[in-house]
Design a protein around this ligand. Structure first.
Ligand code: PHE
Length: 344
């Protein structure tokens, strides 16, 4: 039996040393040490041995098993190492290859400008509100002191959906909606950015759809000087500390008095050039003191409350700030145009 065991050992060790294959190594293990393996077979026959022989053969058998197991482990480790090396060799990364550039998107210029304006007014205590683009005749016109057949309705060529429904021509209906919601009970200090629509033929300065930002501040003792200070702060923050503003009398049915605001032209520093059409000033927004009738319709007592409102076009602001000369650039989404304004 001893010879038998030694023969098994020699054979197994020989086969282990010969193989270079993991799978074959596994087979060898099964062949010798498995349940039906040859060493197991021999051990099973130990029952037939005498009492004296049994421990002796048992010891040899254990040694044989140990040596085979050790050889198997050693070989297994070696093959694993080899496999790893092969894999590393095959998969080396050439770090000298130039990388593929990752295309990173960015905010649309218009979104950035609206964001910047929102931040600016939030910093002055305004809340940001929204209103519907499909609006009723009531909020778009009547609640803003523009009754049916009022000639000033012609100032804003309107897309009507039905007699009573339309695409809002400005963000001013959100003034009326907000005052109504606040029920004349608390001050209003809000801005509202959003899309507006007008029956205009598209060209370099007109678009049938564009953006506005409305502002409304209603409280006790709000004065014209508050409007002027607010707009001056806005102009300087947006266009630079060296900009001057100028208010000109104007007309809107929902403000009285009404103004249009100009900022000083930076291209010519007020001398007069083609950008400012020789005047030294560039028109930038409309505003005024909220008309008493509008306050009243909104539920605010004009004897107690007063307020100012303004409306501006972010496209126009972006055009002035960045020298964009065609409003259609905002909507045609030419990536070469948009990319220039992506913040890093
Ligand atoms: N809604 C006006 C427009 O679209 C702008 C405006 C807003 C004027 C608020 C006065 C007050 O032309």
């Amino acid at each position: 039996m001893r010879e038998q065991l030694e023969a098994i050992q020699a054979e197994a060790l020989e086969r282990i040393s010969q193989t270079e294959d993991m799978k074959e190594l596994q087979d060898i293990k099964v062949t010798y040490l498995g349940k039906k393996g040859s060493l197991t077979g021999v051990l099973r026959g130990m029952g037939k041995l005498s009492k004296e022989e049994r421990p002796v053969v048992g010891e040899i058998a254990n040694k044989v098993r140990e040596s085979i197991t050790a050889a198997l482990d050693e070989k297994n480790e070696k093959l694993e190492q080899l496999q790893l090396e092969e894999q590393l060799e095959a998969e080396t990364i050439d770090v000298t290859l130039p990388g593929r550039p990752v295309k990173v998107g960015g905010a649309h210029l218009l979104s950035s400008i609206v964001q910047e304006l929102e931040d600016l007014f939030i910093g002055m205590g305004y809340e940001v509100r929204e209103g519907p683009e499909v609006e009723t005749d009531f909020y778009n016109f009547e609640a803003l002191n523009l009754p049916k057949n009022h000639p000033a309705r012609d100032m804003q060529d309107t897309f009507y959906i039905t007699n009573e429904l339309l695409l809002r021509t400005h963000t001013s209906p959100v003034q009326a909606r907000t005052m109504q919601e606040y029920k004349g009970e608390k001050p209003v200090k809000m801005i509202c950015p959003g899309k507006v629509y007008r029956r205009d033929t598209d060209d370099a300065t007109h678009s049938h759809q564009f953006t506005q930002i409305e502002g409304l501040y209603v409280d006790k003792n709000v004065r014209m000087s508050d409007l002027k200070g607010t707009l001056d702060t806005f102009a300087k923050k947006m266009f630079g500390e060296d900009r001057e503003i100028r208010l000109r009398p104007s007309f809107f049915p929902f403000t009285e008095p009404s103004v249009e605001m100009d900022i000083s032209c930076k291209v010519c520093n007020g001398e007069g050039c083609s950008v400012c059409k020789g005047t030294g000033w560039i028109e930038i927004l409309g505003g005024g003191m909220v008309h008493p009738k509008v306050l009243e319709m909104g539920g605010y007592d004009p004897e107690v409350y007063s307020g100012f409102a303004f409306g501006m076009g972010p496209e126009r602001i972006a055009m002035l700030k960045y020298g964009v000369n065609d409003i259609r650039q905002f909507y045609t989404n030419d990536i070469r145009f948009l990319k220039q304004y992506h913040k890093a």
